[in-house]
Design a protein. Structure first.
Length: 211
């Protein structure tokens, strides 16, 4: 089908972010479930994403990988969902700013923290996130006053919210009051609940099938 939306995912992965976004836009989509280490590294999937990682989204003959890029792509491809300021609008500035800040500095700072990697003070200038503390403080200030780009929820809130919610869940981020409030706000959306229910059902099924 020319415009079919297919999400390549695993329910225990960042694919949950992409599924949430698909539920937000409300278009029909199909799931291709991949297993870690087997189908995710098989030639058929490597032809879609040579990284052998999920998520990936196919929309007709277009492929987009990277969870934040999938969110941004879907918001633009389906503007009727109202999940991004229009291209060229001034609100596109904070929208891009926090989406990219979260995908770059926050993701790297949190991963390094989990791995016990500490950037020596004299090398902070060459590392995009500087240090963990300044990155997390900046993130906290960004989400302290509501949505990130204007008065309504956008794909930036979805992606940043997921980083915060999942980060707190896995202990990579402190449960600061501003993070808790923001996560409460974004995760109370019906689309989040639907996506979570679908992913959890698929995870339970996979577990049962594995015995
Ligand atoms: N930068 C990618 C990261 C994707 C990623 O690392 N996915 C993990 C699951 S959360 C994965 O597929 N791991 C499988 C592997 O590396 O073998 C994104 O944001 O989508």
């Amino acid at each position: 089908m020319a415009d079919e939306l297919v999400l390549y995912t695993n329910p225990m992965s960042r694919g949950r972010i992409a599924r949430w976004m698909l539920e937000e836009i409300g278009q029909p989509y199909r799931i291709e479930l991949l297993d870690y280490g087997s189908t995710m590294k098989a030639p058929a999937y490597l032809a879609i994403n040579p990284m052998g990682k999920v998520p990936a989204l196919r929309h007709g003959d277009a492929v987009v990988t990277e969870a934040p890029a999938i969110c941004a792509y879907l918001a633009d491809a389906f503007p009727q969902a109202g999940l991004a300021p229009p291209p060229g609008h001034r609100l596109r500035a904070p929208y891009y700013r926090w989406l990219f800040f979260s995908a770059g500095p926050v993701e790297a700072a949190v991963s390094n923290k989990a791995l016990g990697v500490v950037v020596p003070a004299e090398r902070e200038r060459m590392v995009g996130y500087g240090n963990f503390a300044v990155t997390v403080d900046t993130l906290e200030r960004a989400v302290a006053n509501g949505y990130l780009a204007g008065d309504s929820f956008t794909a930036a809130d979805l992606y940043v919210g997921a980083q915060i919610g999942f980060g707190m869940m896995f202990g990579a981020l402190d449960r600061r009051p501003a993070f808790e409030r923001y996560w409460q706000r974004v995760s109370s959306r019906p689309a989040y609940e639907r996506a979570k229910t679908l992913d959890e059902a698929q995870a339970a099924e996979a577990k049962k099938a594995a015995g």
